[in-house]
Design a protein around this ligand. Structure first.
Ligand code: AMP
Length: 473
């Protein structure tokens, strides 16, 4: 039997200029280096900009945030002070990332206010911020509902509602909260639902809150990236020490070491620090401030190794890890796939290093079954230190007491360090300005000196208290 020829699928244009975006927005995209649309943007933006409701299947790293951010920004009237867009996210980290991306894309617009409303942060500051009016709110369902109940947030002028990572919000039990929030949104609105997977709950939710939605999907950008997996058999006595040997041998610029328990995380950090490796732990016992600091330091290259449990690493979006280390083998083979999927992104090669004891061989078997291939074992003897000395981060983070509330901008900090104190641009790394504090990464060699000199200089005309972040203090 001969197959009838299929008509060719028309290629979607990937040039942002093919979209009805303002010249200012196109200029911002060019400045950010977004040269062409990612597959999910090319699939979702044309209908979204026409005002259609969408169900979009997209993963982290696909460019989904810019897809819905451009759609909601296009609907905004900056002269009208009232919440016109609401983005619901499962976690505070994701909400922070979404806020950052929306602010970046809206940077041509001077007076646009984007506010984050998440739990774990005192209500008082949020109430004060809301009183000044906001155009876009990004938040977690519980806290957004709190504000609706208090009357500090009104949604009657809402034009666009976005549910980001809807599957994870359902996993976390937010169905009822989402339904409550949606009841307070005007029926005449656009709703965009983004989800990586389609459990039953998503169809139910979509049927309740979307109108005649279009479903769009796009192949993951980095499909099946090249991840090299290496397995090493260890005894319990060898396990933690072997992580140090893996790091000394492969010297990944940034990696996450996954442990199955918090206690294991704490033990591993202690072992690595004793070996002179800058490692930080990310686990459920950290308060929000400590967690933020750890994430900032990992992202700005002042910590090469993050030691985490699966729960703590949820929602963490770190572009391109050089390696993932599985310190313990997980009982759930899908979790293994999820863990190692954090390396080998965006066309880079990835490295997944796995330790397993004899007791864990059953788990290894389940991973082999799910992956449809046998794992490859390597001898511990191959792990010989390379390079010179322990794995140290190239940068160190300075903490400045003062942030957006004091009207500090990244340029003020960069100016103080370069123009006023004479450091070079290359000695200064990423600058994160939060509401009350600022973090700046500087070259390890100048950290102490730069901190003490900054303490005697003015930033934005004011003295600020500066300290070097060493261990979690
Ligand atoms: P997301 O999937 O939204 O977390 O986005 C992943 C990363 O891709 C973010 O760092 C974005 O800033 C970046 N990004 C989004 N759209 C584009 C684009 N069209 N070109 C280049 N980078 C992009």
């Amino acid at each position: 039997m001969t197959e009838s020829p299929r008509p060719p699928v028309p290629a979607q244009p990937t040039d942002f200029a093919s979209l009805p975006l303002s010249p200012a927005t196109l200029a911002t995209l060019a400045r950010l280096g977004y040269q062409s649309m990612t597959p999910i943007q090319a699939a979702s933006l044309p209908p979204a900009l026409l005002g259609r409701d969408l169900i979009a299947q997209a993963q982290t790293g696909s460019g989904k945030t810019a897809a819905f951010a451009l759609a909601l920004l296009t609907q905004l009237n900056p002269r009208h002070f009232g919440v016109q867009s609401l983005v619901l996210c499962p976690t505070r980290e994701l909400a922070d990332q979404v806020t950052t991306e929306i602010r970046r894309l809206a940077s041509a617009e001077d007076n646009l206010k984007v506010v984050t409303l998440c739990g774990g942060v005192p209500l008082r500051g949020q109430l004060a911020t809301l009183e000044h009016g906001a155009h876009v709110v990004v938040g977690t369902p519980g806290r957004v509902m709190d504000h609706l109940e208090r009357g500090s947030l009104r949604l009657d002028a809402l034009r666009t509602l976005v549910l980001d990572e809807a599957d994870r919000m359902l996993d976390m039990g937010f169905f009822d909260d989402i339904a409550t929030v949606v009841r307070q949104c005007p029926p005449q609105r656009q709703t965009l639902l983004f989800s990586a997977t389609y459990p039953d709950g998503i169809a139910q939710l979509a049927a309740r809150i979307l109108r005649d939605p279009l479903t769009v999907t796009a192949a993951p950008v980095q499909q099946g990236g090249r991840i090299e997996e290496r397995w090493y058999e260890v005894t319990e006595a060898q396990r933690l020490h072997t992580v140090g040997r893996l790091l000394a041998h492969f010297r990944p610029a940034s990696s996450i070491a996954f442990c199955n328990t918090k206690a294991q995380c704490a033990d591993l950090v202690a072992v690595l620090r004793a070996q002179g490796i800058d490692a930080l732990a990310l686990h459920g016992d950290l308060d929000q401030r400590e967690r933020d600091q750890v994430l900032v330091r990992f992202a700005n290259r002042s910590c090469p190794v993050l030691v985490a449990t699966d729960v703590a690493a949820r929602g963490l979006d770190v572009a391109n890890l050089a390696a993932v280390i599985n310190v313990d083998t997980t009982a759930d083979a899908e979790v293994h796939i999820h863990r190692i999927g954090r390396t080998g992104r965006a066309g880079e090669d990835g490295l997944a290093l796995n330790l397993a004891s004899l007791d864990e061989m059953g788990r290894v078997g389940r991973i082999e079954q799910l992956q449809g291939k046998e794992v490859r074992w390597y001898p511990l003897d191959e792990l010989t230190p390379t390079g010179s000395g322990p794995l140290l981060a190239p940068m160190v983070t300075l903490h400045l007491q003062g942030g957006r509330k004091e009207k500090i901008r990244p340029g003020d900090v960069l100016g103080a360090l370069t123009a006023d104190l004479g450091y070079t641009r290359e000695q200064v790394g990423k600058i994160n300005v939060n509401e009350w504090s600022t973090y700046v990464a500087v070259d390890r060699a100048i950290a102490e000196q730069a901190a003490s000199r900054l303490n005697h200089t003015k930033v934005k005309g004011k003295s600020v208290k500066v300290r070097v972040l060493t261990d979690l203090a």
